[in-house]
Ligand binder design. Structure first.
Ligand code: SF4
Length: 218
């Protein structure tokens, strides 16, 4: 593969990568369990520095214990802290969840807003969480740059940066917005199933011939 690749060529290669991954992971979906925008918003706040598997264990009982935005807003903070304790950084997360829900009530009529600009005004919500909610709840294009997307975008030579916001904007230049949501789901699934951190399975990777970081076994 040529060392210097034009943006157009990178864009074309990315299109082929997504086509291949779509065929490899037809069941690709977001890893967090949720049934409403509020649930995904809370789950994504809790997912910082925590695995989706752990968050799903916690939210299974959390969503029963706190079924509405008012339940989070009005709960004694100690009760909320205890409920999210095993996701780590639980004091911060509990505080953010409560502040976020109070903002939803006071500023958005108790509903999760549908724009990036509004979502990022909520406590504990950055671009990653906002894009995750937009794409998975409202089918609005949003590039969620998590650890898998950061790592694999660099391995694939699509970007050369570790900063999530810079990666997001760089990817926007080479990928049509119609494929942003698909990109996230596919790359995140690829990171979980094949391009696993520290032990990528290059020998059974569907995009090895398109990846400058592919390791061929002797
Ligand atoms: S070839 Fe290897 S490093 Fe490249 S995407 Fe596939 S698993 Fe990851």
């Amino acid at each position: 593969m040529a060392r210097i690749e034009s943006r157009a060529a990178r864009s074309q290669r990315l299109g082929t990568i997504l086509d291949r991954l779509a065929a490899a992971y037809p069941d690709a979906r977001v890893g967090l369990d949720f049934t409403t925008p509020l649930e995904l918003l809370i789950a994504t706040i809790l997912s910082a520095q925590c695995t989706d598997e752990r968050v799903n264990i916690v939210t299974k009982s959390l969503f029963k214990q706190f079924p509405t935005v008012h339940d989070y807003a009005e709960a004694p903070i100690e009760q909320l802290e205890e409920a999210v304790r095993t996701t780590g950084f639980y004091k911060n997360k509990a505080r953010n969840v409560q502040l976020c829900c109070r903002q939803l009530i006071s500023e958005f009529g108790g509903e999760v807003p549908r724009s990036l600009e509004e979502l990022v005004t909520l406590a504990g919500v950055g671009r990653k969480t906002a894009n995750c909610v937009l794409s998975n709840c409202f089918d609005i294009p949003g590039l969620t740059v998590d650890t898998h997307v950061t790592r694999i975008s660099n391995l694939l030579g699509l970007v050369s940066d570790q900063d999530a916001v810079k990666i997001e904007f760089e990817l926007m230049k080479i990928l049509n917005s119609e494929r942003w949501n698909e990109f996230d789901r596919l790359i995140i699934n690829h990171g979980r199933r094949t391009c696993i951190a520290r032990r990528p399975q290059c020998d059974r990777c569907a995009i090895a011939d398109l990846c400058p970081s592919a390791v061929q076994k002797p």
